[in-house]
Design a protein around this ligand. Structure first.
Ligand SMILES: *Cc1c(COP(=O)(O)O)cnc(C)c1O
Length: 385
């Protein structure tokens, strides 16, 4: 009976988890403070769209609010509604704008639409004639060709004496297409266009820069910056050392360690042939956990581009992935890790402080943003303060 009692005793879900994700909220807040400082005289907002880049809008939004953020950006009105209780008096901007049927969510949660097109503008103008002074932001397209009024349309709007006096934009904004590449002339081109728009909307705050633009210096800061990925520890600018603290750590358990002989093959497609007798750690994370299959070695054309293959970290060692990533499992070569140092049941780090998120992304031919937003919900999560 004693044994059964022991066995059924409540175990901490995090310590029992097959795969787990740690979100370091202190690091998140440090990263926000860092971006606020780099933003100089501009205020730093916080972009928490897509469930705070997959890390949890409620916990991340609440922590950022406690750290001092008061300007939040989400993609959809529903995301804004989820954030509202955690950021009570903050301004919450909805980047996809407003369309018929979403009014109740906007007004019920005090969300600010970012007007994304001429149609949205007409719809909101008509609404605001009824509503009185309800804030909105104007998105201006300075070269991205995604959302926003054209520069000409925005200039006309700024000068339009006939617009209802109740129509009261609080922010005019644009988005850089090549922010991650500081040398790209596109940045200056967009800056010049946006300066004209910003000047035309006198007395209205302006915002141009996501994380990357914050690194381009004061010209790019205007009144409000919109960092996202940098808050979550990801790389905003390519080709330079990432100064942000890692926020997310993904770990998964070794389900078994098997011995295999030189000449045998590993995983689907028998695409990897062992060149030596090996110890293989079968780890409980696969593409259903956002450990992207494109990060597999053999069979992926990327591997011919010289980008290093996917690695995990265990017992002080970086260990290479072997063969294809499967839905629920991945296989790592632990032959070089002393046999006593690594056992079934141990956790390996997939990314975190020893394996950079962006290295995992590069090995899969993508960006840290996609790795984070692909994580899914199978991990057990823990938030550190
Ligand atoms: C996603 C987004 C951001 C944040 O971008 P990061 O590169 O994650 O900092 C800022 N502004 C707009 C309009 C966005 O869509």
């Amino acid at each position: 009976m004693d044994d059964i009692d022991d066995f059924t005793e409540e175990t901490d879900a995090f310590d029992a988890a097959t795969a787990r994700l740690t979100v370091d909220l202190a690091a998140l807040c440090d990263n926000w403070a860092d971006m606020a400082e780099r933003s100089g005289s501009a205020r730093a907002g916080a972009v928490v769209k897509a469930d705070a880049y997959g890390l949890g809008i409620e916990d991340c939004g609440g922590a950022l609010y406690a750290a001092g953020a008061r300007d939040f950006f989400v993609a959809t009105p529903d995301e804004g509604a989820s954030l509202r209780p955690y950021a009570p008096d903050a301004r919450i901007y909805v980047l996809s704008g407003i369309w018929p049927g979403t009014e109740a969510t906007f007004f019920g949660n005090d969300l600010v639409p970012v007007i994304a097109s001429e149609e949205q503008l007409a719809f909101f103008m008509a609404l605001s004639a009824e509503l009185g002074d309800y804030p909105c932001a104007i998105q201006v397209d300075t070269g991205f060709n995604r959302l926003g009024l054209s520069v000409d349309e925005a200039m006309m709007l700024a000068d339009d004496a006939s617009r209802p006096s109740s129509f009261s934009p609080v922010l005019v904004m644009s988005h850089l297409a090549c922010g991650d590449d500081p040398a790209n002339p596109m940045n200056r081109k967009q800056l010049e266009s946006f300066r004209a728009v910003s000047a035309a909307f006198e007395g209205v705050e302006s915002s141009l820069s996501s994380s990357a633009g914050v690194f381009h210096g004061p010209d790019f800061h205007f009144d409000l910056t919109r960092p996202g990925i940098a808050l979550y520890g990801g790389e905003a600018v390519s080709g330079v050392a990432n100064p942000m603290r890692p926020v997310a750590t993904a770990e998964a358990r070794i389900l078994t360690i098997r011995h295999a002989k030189a000449g045998e093959t590993v995983s689907y497609g028998a695409a990897h042939t062992l060149t030596r007798d090996s110890r293989l750690a079968v780890v409980a994370a696969g593409y259903a956990d956002g450990y992207l299959r494109a990060g597999s070695g053999a069979g992926v054309p990327l591997r011919t581009t010289g980008i290093p293959g996917q690695m995990a970290f265990v017992a002080g060692h970086h260990v290479p992935l072997l063969g294809r990533i499967t839905m629920d499992m991945s296989i790592f070569d632990v032959t070089d890790v002393p046999e006593t140092a690594v056992r079934a049941g141990d956790y390996v780090e997939l990314f975190g402080s020893n394996i950079a998120l962006d290295d995992v992304a590069r090995a899969a031919g993508t960006i840290g943003y996609e790795v984070l937003t692909s994580l899914g919900l199978r991990h057990e999560r823990r938030y550190l303060f």
